[in-house]
Design a protein around this ligand. Structure first.
Ligand code: LLP
Length: 416
């Protein structure tokens, strides 16, 4: 992160461009991404796999901007999508569907049809009822659907409960104990082709242990399946590699992939992974301007022009994001609650931050490239932020700031 966003003299820059220049040109709030960080992040995954057959399916939900999808497609990535909308984005970015896996517990018939029409690589099926629906939809189209069961390995990811997905009590995947039976059923359904197996145990994991535990459970199933003559093309080990927001020490990409490959050493199937956050999280910041410094009775507030609608993670998960001044000032620090203008007490970006700032200064909320823009909303009728990509000294707008008019363009007066 330090390499892509760093102080040059006292000015915080993205690659070679001062963030203040970007704020001046495109306004705030604004998401700013380092192109080099995206490319380097992807290449680290690629090189970690070395000679092993693999496919890196970027989890579109982390950041679905077309420019980002296009970039990963160009680098050779596949994609993990969880809706027809995400699949259409992948296609709109110019990527083929041939490297797309479709996850999610609630695929509709329309989504299945779209995915079959566009010939995706595989459906990551999450229940027996979904298998039946997919078989029916594929049959009605005269097609054969490639399937992989997402197995819930019942492993504790040791992460925030809202983003742990691999426990028995979670809604995701098919139960470990039922997986073999479901494979037998799938093999008998005429419009399905068993292609793989998968799991995804959670997000923002900071240790390899749970990944390895899940991979080993999956490997045991693969061995049983192959003993029964069910031959799989791929094993999908999901996403979930964490990043450093504060003082976490997640494994490096090399160590993480290395641990997965060790667990899969005895197998020759292609390995798929679905990283989201690890590819984009530290490649982006949310740039915001201090509108007011308000000195309350108990606390000082830095009221900025970004809010929970722009970056929901602090409000939703109590997540920590570093907040850096865009201009380093030689003045004493003060402690601030960094808050937005939205009318909720839960609207904060950071608590008790030591900052040396004056009204009108810019702040960068760090590590905001993943689940930032993608989870933003229009709450309080706030248009969504612009997005800008930088490579070296090249700066390009990759999403225009939304206009208020766009927010209500589809609304109609109710007339009796
Ligand atoms: N594959 C599947 C099936 C997933 O559900 C997810 C994330 C991923 C891959 C990518 O996981 P990653 O590599 O990014 O950890 N909004 C939350 C994170 C939700 C993650 C949902 N699933 C946050 O802001 O922390």
């Amino acid at each position: 992160m330090a390499d892509y966003f760093s102080y040059q003299d006292s000015r915080l820059c993205v690659e070679q461009v001062p963030l203040a220049d970007i704020a001046q040109q495109f306004g705030t709030p604004c998401y700013v991404y380092s192109h080099t960080a995206l490319v380097d992040g992807y290449r680290q995954f690629e090189s970690a796999f070395a000679e092993r057959k693999h496919l890196i399916c970027y989890a579109v939900k982390a950041n679905p901007n077309l420019a980002i999808l296009h970039q990963f497609a160009w680098l050779g990535a596949g994609f993990d999508v969880v809706s027809g909308g995400e699949l259409q984005r992948v296609l709109a970015a110019g990527a083929g569907a041939g490297k797309v896996v479709f996850s999610g517990v609630g695929k509709t018939e329309a989504e299945m049809r779209l995915a079959l029409d566009t010939k995706i690589l595989c459906f990551n099926v999450e229940s027996g009822v979904e298998l039946l629906r997919l078989n029916k939809v594929a049959g009605s189209m005269g097609k054969i659907a490639p399937v992989s069961l997402r197995v819930n390995p019942d492993v504790d990811a040791m992460t925030h409960p809202y983003i742990a997905t691999g426990l028995r009590q979670n809604k995701f995947g098919v139960a470990y104990t039922e997986a073999l039976d479901l494979y037998r059923k799938a093999a008998e359904l005429p419009h399905l082709r068993v292609a793989g197996i998968g799991c995804h145990i959670g997000s923002q994991l900071t240790e390899t242990g749970p990944f390895v535990a899940a991979a080993e459970k999956i490997r045991a199933l693969v061995e049983k399946l192959s003993a029964e003559g069910v031959i799989l093309e791929h094993i999908d080990l999901g996403g979930g590699l964490g990043i450093r927001y504060h003082d976490e020490t997640p494994p490096s990409t090399t160590d993480y992939i290395g641990a997965l490959l060790t667990a899969m050493q005895s197998r020759s199937e292609k390995i798929i992974v679905e990283p989201g956050r690890a590819l984009v999280g530290n490649a982006g910041v949310l740039l915001t301007r201090v509108e007011y410094l308000k000195h309350g009775e108990e606390k000082n507030f830095a009221i900025v022009d970004a809010a929970m609608n722009d970056l929901m993670r602090p409000s939703l998960y109590d997540a920590w994001h570093h907040i850096q001044p865009v201009l380093r000032r030689a003045m004493p620090m003060q402690q601030y609650e960094v808050v937005g203008p939205v009318c909720e007490t839960g609207d904060f970006l950071g608590h008790a931050r030591e900052l040396a700032i004056v009204q009108g200064d810019l702040l960068a909320v760090m590590s905001a490239g993943a689940y930032g823009m993608s989870m933003s909303s229009n709450y309080n009728s706030r248009p969504r932020a612009a997005e800008v990509m930088v490579s070296g000294n090249v700066v390009q707008l990759i999403r225009e700031r939304e206009t208020v008019h766009q927010l209500f363009a589809g609304e109609k007066t109710f007339l009796l």
